[in-house]
Every structure is written in C-alpha cells, then in structure tokens.
Ligand binder design. Structure first.
Ligand SMILES: [Zn+2]
Length: 324
C-alpha cells in the first residue's frame, strides 16, 4: 500500500560524522604550548625585546610579597586541542531539532500511515528544557482488525509471503501472493484480533527505533525481543530498514507483522504449552551474529556498520578475533 512512498530527505549523513561547514577536517595540529605567532605581533620570534632577561612579575602587584606569582587564571594549563571523533552508538536525542526537515517528514509519514499515534516526550516548536529527549510516539496497532482475513494472514506469514499493510498497521493478505495452504492451529479467532498498545522511541540517526509493548505485558521469555525489552521485528543486517532510506512508519509496518507472529506464539503457547513462531527466524547464536558482513548493519540495531560496532575488533587480515 505504500508504493507511492515519499523520498526520505537525505539531509542526515548516515555516518553521523559532523564536520566543519567546508567539510574539511580542522587545521593541522600544532605542538602544545604557546603558539609561535600572535596576531599583530611584528616580531613573532624570540623573547620580547624590551627588558631582556628581566624576571616576570605579576602586573599590578610589583612590591607585595606573599602574593600569588600569577594572577588568577595565569597558572591554568594551556587548553588542549581535540579533534571531534565520530560518536559511537550514541545517537543524538535532539536530532529532530537539528534536522527539522527530517522531523517534518517523519510526522507526515506517521499522520498518513499511523494517524492514531501521537508524539510525546518532545515539544516541537516550543522552547523547553524538555527538548533534550528523543521523540516518543505512543499509539496502538490492531494488526488483524476486521475486515482482515486473520487466518489467511497467519498462513501467508508462515510461508514468508508478502502481505498488505493498511492504514494504522492493519494487515491483510496480498491477493498476488496468497498462501498455498491454510494453517490449522488451535487458536480462537478473537485471540488474533487483539489490540496492542505500544511506545516507540524514535532514536536519532542512524539508530533503529525502539518499540516497546506497554499493554498487554510482554510474557517473560518472549522470543525475538532485544535485551532492553524492545521488540525485534527484523535482523538489521538484512537491510530491510535503515535510517537513510526508511521512516518510523516503515518500522511500525514490521512491528505489525511481529505482533501477528507474537499473537500466534502466545495463543499456541497458552493452548498447548508450546509456542509456535511462524515464518522464518534469523539465527541468534553468537557464531551467526559474529559472521555478520562487516559492511552490513550491526545486529544490535545501532544502525552502524557491523565493522564499526560490535564487529570492529579484527586482526590484520580482517578476521574477527573477539566478539563482544
Ligand atoms: Zn552493534
């Protein structure tokens, strides 16, 4: 349904590396200590010509012993020059202030595809000290609300087939990619038509959004959840979502699919004691995660390349020697 997808304004460099306005790194390093040249000094080299060899005295207190030799501040160490480094895994919480064009685009996409959702935790257009937090969107998704073909959708997802995402995250079968056979599971249809209340923390670039389920409470040992409790709808290294190419609304589409799979898992778990997770599952074992291509997005959802994030400790041949 989103074939007429808007183009994401690419105003944010995905590497999140901020440089000067000319795009060049800073001036070459100078040795620490006093610079050789003072602006306006006609005699830049050597000691000052008046009073050669005269010991320096603090100005203003020439004859008062016991005073500090330097006026306040004179004794501070010289300032140290430092070159900003690319931030590592710490997206800016105020990206939406720094990049208003992107923020407006995100709001338009949410209004169009998830109109029931509201931004909380940030105050667009207001001068407020609260403007130091990432935007948080609050809303709900009923992925199999009528008139969706609930059993058709779960059968299609079990076969990894395309589905259609309608406004608000309602999912229906794709008429051009119907499931071959209908799943027969001991699930009451009402179980599948539940509403989920969610909170989406819209992290700054290049991180993936963090989506948490607020109601119902997520069961313990629920599969496909990040360690912080946020839902894990896709393997980041697969590239299905990236900050540069996608919006929060796009991410919520994947969350809607996750919610259907969760509904099936939860219902089969309650009916049989053994939850069934439909559709393909990406492997989670350390060896598989460590085999993430260095240029693919890291599995942690930071949006950084694996080689810049959890996979960046390699030996000279580029072989992974330590996995964090
Ligand atoms: Zn990582």
């Amino acid at each position: 349904m989103k074939e007429e997808k808007d183009v994401v304004p690419n105003t944010q460099d995905s590497s999140n590396t901020r440089r000067g306005s000319d795009g060049q790194p800073g001036p070459p390093d100078k040795p620490p200590g006093k610079p050789k040249d003072f602006p306006g000094n006609p005699n830049p080299s050597g000691p000052p010509k008046d009073h050669p060899g005269r010991p320096k005295k603090p100005p203003g207190n020439p004859d008062r012993p016991g005073r500090p030799k330097d006026p306040p501040g004179r004794g501070d160490p010289p300032p140290r020059r430092i070159k900003p480094e690319p931030t590592f895994g710490q997206p800016s919480p105020v990206w939406w202030l720094e990049d208003p064009e992107r923020w407006e685009y995100e709001c338009r996409q949410m209004k169009k595809h998830y109109p029931g959702w509201q931004p909380k935790g940030c105050h667009p257009g207001e001068e407020s000290p609260k403007e130091t937090v990432a935007p948080v969107w609050v809303g709900s998704i009923t992925p199999l609300a009528p008139p969706s073909d609930a059993f058709g959708v779960i059968s299609a997802l079990a076969e990894d087939r395309y589905v259609e995402i309608h406004i608000g995250g309602r999912i229906d079968v794709d008429p051009e990619d119907l499931p071959e056979k209908m799943l027969e599971l001991p699930i009451d249809e009402e179980e599948l038509r539940k509403t989920f209340y969610l909170l989406a923390r819209h992290e700054g670039p290049p991180s993936h959004p963090k989506v948490f389920m607020t109601l119902p409470q997520l069961p313990r040992l629920c599969p496909h959840v990040f360690p912080d409790g946020s839902l894990c709808p896709l393997l980041p290294s697969g590239g299905a979502w990236s900050w540069v190419e996608n919006s929060l609304a796009d991410y919520l589409d994947h969350i809607a699919i996750w919610l259907v799979k969760f509904s099936v898992w939860d219902a089969t778990r309650k009916a049989t004691g053994q939850g069934i997770w439909i559709g393909s599952e990406a492997p989670h074992d350390p060896a598989s995660l460590a085999a993430t291509p260095l240029n693919a997005q890291c599995y942690c959802g930071s949006g950084l390349r694996f080689g810049q994030c959890h996979g960046r400790i390699t030996d000279v041949t580029g072989r992974l020697i330590k996995w964090l």
